[in-house]
Design a protein around this ligand. Sequence first.
Ligand code: HEC
Length: 174
Amino acid sequence: MTYLVDGEQYISLLVEWGGGQGQYHKKVDQLYPGTVYTFKLGGTATLPSREAAPQRSLITGSTTAAPEDIGRGMNVYLRNCVTCHGEPGSGGGVIPDLLRSAPEVYEALDFIVLGGALAGLGMPGHSRQLSSSDVADLRDYLLFVAASLRSGITPQRLNQDLGAMQRQALDRQK
Ligand code: HEC
C-alpha cells in the first residue's frame, strides 16, 4: 500500500512465505518471519541486517501403520490441512511445516487439531470435521512422509508410494 503522512509519501509491502501457496513458490531454504517493509520517497536509510531463522530438522520416528491407514491420513491432510500448511516437508513459512514440529506438538496433536488449543493463533479446531481416529491416521501419514524423506527417497518415488496408499484407502471406503 502507499500512503501520505505529513506530506511524506510511503510504500509498505508485506513479505513472507505465507500459507500453502506461498510455500509452494518458496525459493530459498531460510525461514524469515513475516515482515512489513516500509520505503519513504527520497529516503536514504539502509536496511538493518538480521539473522536468518535456522532451518529446523525433520521429525524423528516412523510408523508401522498399514498402507491404507497412511493413505487415509493423507486424504485427511489434503482435505483439511494442505491449503494452510502446504506440502509436508517444504520447510514452512509463517505457518509451520508439520514435519518440523517439536515432539511436544505431536504429543498434543489431538488437543491442537480437535481441541483447537491454538485457535487464538489462527489454527482452527477441527472437531466437527475429524475424529481421534482421523488424527491417528494423519499422524501416521506425517511420520511416514518424514521417515521417507529422511531415507533420501526421490520425490517422484514418494509420490508413487503415497498414490498407491491413497488408492488403497479409497478402495476400502467403497
Ligand atoms: C486456516 C489455516 C489452517 C488450517 C486449515 C490448518 N492449520 Fe494448523 N496451523 C495454522 C496456523 C496459522 C498455525 C500456527 C499457530 C501458531 O502460531 O502457533 C498452525 C499450527 C498447527 C500445529 C502446531 C505446529 C507447530 O509446530 O507449532 C499443528 C500440529 C497443526 N497446525 C496441525 C494442523 C492439521 C493436522 C490440520 C488439518 C487437519 C491443520 N493444522 C489445518 C493454520 C491452519
